[in-house]
Design a protein around this ligand. Structure first.
Ligand code: ADP
Ligand code: ZN
Length: 731
């Protein structure tokens, strides 16, 4: 009898599984007839009436849940176990962001599709089309989809089609299933494919990085190099060292638009392309990349922030390019800062991480100053190209005519640049034609009906659009405030209006605008970038999207239309962000040897510390000064911040709850709570919004404090409640 019992317990294990529901604790499940170690394995589990994917965190002999309530695992997928370091990353990242492990897991399993066991993939293919008669709309739709190409179930079912319709067609012999063995197409990088000659600074940097990589272990580097200094070539050398060790490399980029350029440089260096991972990658690519990352056959991924959660099996290095970029902060759904989470991941995996930037964030700058990160510096542009000259244009003295934005000196510079056969870039950080439509008769400003935001006028589409919620409307003729007709005028410039102005001054030049269409369509964007590089565009007009990272050798003149634009508002990083964007956009000028670049910065405030630092090329003095200010008031990185954002359709109930929440705040030393206060964006998508700001000293565990506070209340279901650790946006 006793023997029987032991045998029973031997073959039955309790698996503690991360589940895709909002809970911080794993759920217990039974695995029958199990003798192997299943920690880290991905399993199919029942949750309520559904079946979901989960990751086994741990196993135990016994559960605290009663035997009757325990359910069985449906199946274990035939995949290698995820590493203990990765499991720990899932938990720690959830903990830090006050999210749940299930949420992080969902991000980690995004490319995993259950049809795909190993490399054998079941496809549905059209077989007999001639026997088709009287099809239901669902079945007709399936046939339509499969007419182009065979697809896996997941891809078919995505277009709101039921599994039974699919099965029905198989029964009718119209569709058949085939098994294809698939692997990703990415080759192993050839580290000797092309070895560049390095400049002096580059050589030194490569040596520090690679010596350290050979030693192994966790280490953070700040690769601090002026624009055009060759940071990419430098970090690719660290990637080469990592490949040499047989390990994988993740290169994070802040924007999809930049991935192609890095991929091209990668191909030049290693003779093959890296895998690209971003929100717009095709399902099939994601599936193959995911598989390759897990089985270790894929050596490099270049990706946007979500690639950070890919379960690499043998990661050896993370590179965060343009580490200062605000796009690394995910602001919707699961909120996290990809750069900070990358550092967390590197520390848990005990590997190296390189943060690269010409304008490091104050956080990373301070981390390097105090020795938490090792700084590697590239002082000069590669090959002896000069940094651009910065010319401040005081708009008080050189005011453009009314309803115009290009000053006389800038206009002359563009003409002269064209004469030399070179290119100009005009930068204004505003999409559309005009940020505001105003009624001349009464001063009424057209607002979004759903948001505390003005409707932006888009001339190209003759429509008004809210950049917060996407609401569109036609341009009304009659003012709804005073009834006057035809009195609306566009106020202020956006890229489209600047384009119009440039066209009127320079009808002989080819002028291209980087529009929101490019933002939505990476292919269109890549085409435009190629045309610019080929010198086919004389004047390029764009927002911050064009300011970052791009390398246009023939571009020598940059005009900043409104340098003061980002300085207003209540953002603690306003100065830092403005400096970064101006320095970055300046960095597009004169990148090739022998082509001196010049940047014309139009400002009403040429003596603002940001403008003076920019003109004097004294970034460090500016950062030191910013650091001192933040130290004085206990702001990051010297103190911690977190925010609550509450929103609801019913204002009174939101206000009452926010006030109630405030009364429940636990008293604590070294923690200050501001709010509840109406958010700067008081209305968003028809919901009212309130914010709390929580400020704590550096040594305080702000997450524990918040968890304790929130235990005192139950958040009504009508209220959306978000916690934002280390907020970047204060809207
Ligand atoms: P950063 O990222 O620092 O702004 P890039 O990496 O874009 O600078 O480099 C600027 C230019 O110099 C690019 O055209 C790049 O290909 C070139 N370059 C940099 N390092 C080398 C090198 N060692 N050999 C050849 N070209 C290089
Ligand atoms: Zn809106």
């Amino acid at each position: 009898m006793a023997d029987l019992l032991t045998e029973d317990t031997l073959t039955e294990t309790i698996a503690q599984v991360v589940v895709p529901v909002p809970t911080s604790e794993p759920y217990d499940y039974i695995i029958e007839n199990n003798n192997e170690d299943v920690t880290g394995r991905i399993a199919l589990i029942p949750i309520g009436p559904r079946r979901e994917k989960g990751i086994i965190l741990n196993t135990a002999q016994k559960s605290t849940v009663s035997r009757q309530k325990l359910r069985k695992i449906v199946k274990l997928y035939d995949l290698p176990a995820l590493k203990a370091e990765f499991l720990s990353f899932i938990q720690k990242a959830a903990d830090y962001n006050i999210s749940t492990p299930g949420e992080i897991m969902k991000a980690a399993l995004r490319g995993f599709q259950p049809d795909n066991s190993g490399t054998d993939v079941k496809y549905y293919r059209l077989k007999n089309t001639h026997i088709m008669s009287r099809l239901t709309p669902q079945r007709a739709k399936i046939i339509d989809i499969l007419r182009q190409t065979p697809l896996i179930a997941h891809e078919v079912l995505k277009s709101q089609i039921s599994l039974s319709a699919l099965k029905g067609l198989i029964d009718q012999d119209i569709i058949e299933t085939i098994i294809k063995t698939e692997t990703h197409p990415y080759k192993t990088p050839d580290i000797n494919f092309f070895t560049p000659d390095f400049g002096q600074d580059q050589s030194k940097a490569v040596k520090s990085l690679n010596t350290s990589l050979q030693k192994g272990g966790y280490k953070s580097f700040l690769l601090d190099g002026v624009t055009g200094s060759g940071k990419t070539e430098t970090f690719l050398e660290a990637a080469a060292e990592t490949f040499k060790q047989g390990k994988q490399v993740l290169i994070l980029m802040p924007e999809i638009g930049l991935t192609d350029q890095v991929a091209a440089r990668f191909a030049k260096r290693f003779g093959c392309t890296p895998a690209l991972w971003h929100s717009q990658s095709k399902e099939r690519d994601k599936r193959l990349i995911w598989q390759g990352v897990v089985d270790g056959s894929l050596k490099c991924v270049v990706g946007a922030r979500s690639s950070l959660f890919l379960p690499f099996t043998n990661l050896g290095l993370i590179i965060v390019d343009e580490e200062h970029d605000g796009s690394y902060k995910q602001e919707e759904g699961m909120r996290y800062h990809a750069r900070d989470m990358a550092v967390l991941r590197a520390s848990l995996e005990k590997i190296h991480i390189i943060l690269a930037s010409a304008t490091p964030s104050l956080e990373s700058y301070v981390n390097a100053e105090v020795g938490r990160y090792e700084k590697v510096v590239l002082r000069e542009r590669f090959g002896g190209a000069n940094l651009p000259d910065i010319k401040m244009i005081n708009l008080q003295q050189h005011a453009p005519p009314s309803q115009h934005w290009i000053s006389q000196p800038l206009k002359q510079a563009i003409e002269a640049t064209y004469e030399k056969g070179e290119q100009s870039l005009l930068f204004i950080n505003r999409r559309g034609y005009a940020p505001l439509m105003l009624c001349r008769a009464c001063g009424y400003r057209v607002e979004c009906p759903n948001c505390s935001a003005w409707m932006v006028y888009h001339h190209s589409r003759s429509e008004m659009k809210c950049h917060q919620c996407g609401q569109k409307s036609i341009v009304a003729q009659q003012c709804k405030s005073c009834g006057a007709t035809d009195e609306f005028v566009p106020c202020g410039p956006g890229v489209e209006r600047l384009y119009e102005e440039a066209r009127s001054y320079f009808p002989h030049m080819r002028c291209e605008i980087l529009s929101s269409d490019h933002q939505e369509n990476p292919d269109l964007f890549a085409d435009l970038l190629a045309e610019i590089r080929l010198g086919k565009v004389d004047i390029l007009i764009g927002t911050q999207m064009i300011a970052k990272g791009h390398d246009f050798p023939n571009l020598t003149t940059v005009g900043v239309i409104d340098a003061d634009l980002g300085l207003g508002g209540g953002d603690l990083r306003a100065g830092e962000k403005t400096f970064q964007i101006l320095e970055q956009v300046s960095g597009r000028a004169g990148r090739a040897v022998g082509k001196q670049g010049t940047v014309y910065v139009q400002s009403y405030n040429p003596h603002h510390p940001v403008m003076e630092a920019l003109a004097a090329r004294d970034r460090d003095a500016f950062l030191d000064n910013e650091a001192q200010t933040r130290l004085d008031i206990g702001h990051p990185p010297f103190g911690k911040l977190a925010a609550f954002i509450l929103s609801a359709k019913d204002h009174k109930m939101l206000y009452d709850f926010a006030t109630f929440l405030s009364t429940k705040q636990p008293a604590a030393k070294d923690i200050t709570i501001y709010g509840p206060a109406p958010a700067a964006m008081f209305m968003l998508r028809s919901r009212y919004r309130y914010r709390f700001l929580i400020k704590a000293k550096r040594n305080i565990n702000i997450q524990d404090y918040i968890r304790y506070w929130l235990k005192q209340v139950k958040i009504p279901s009508q209220i959306k409640f978000h916690i934002d650790i280390d907020p970047v946006s204060f809207l």
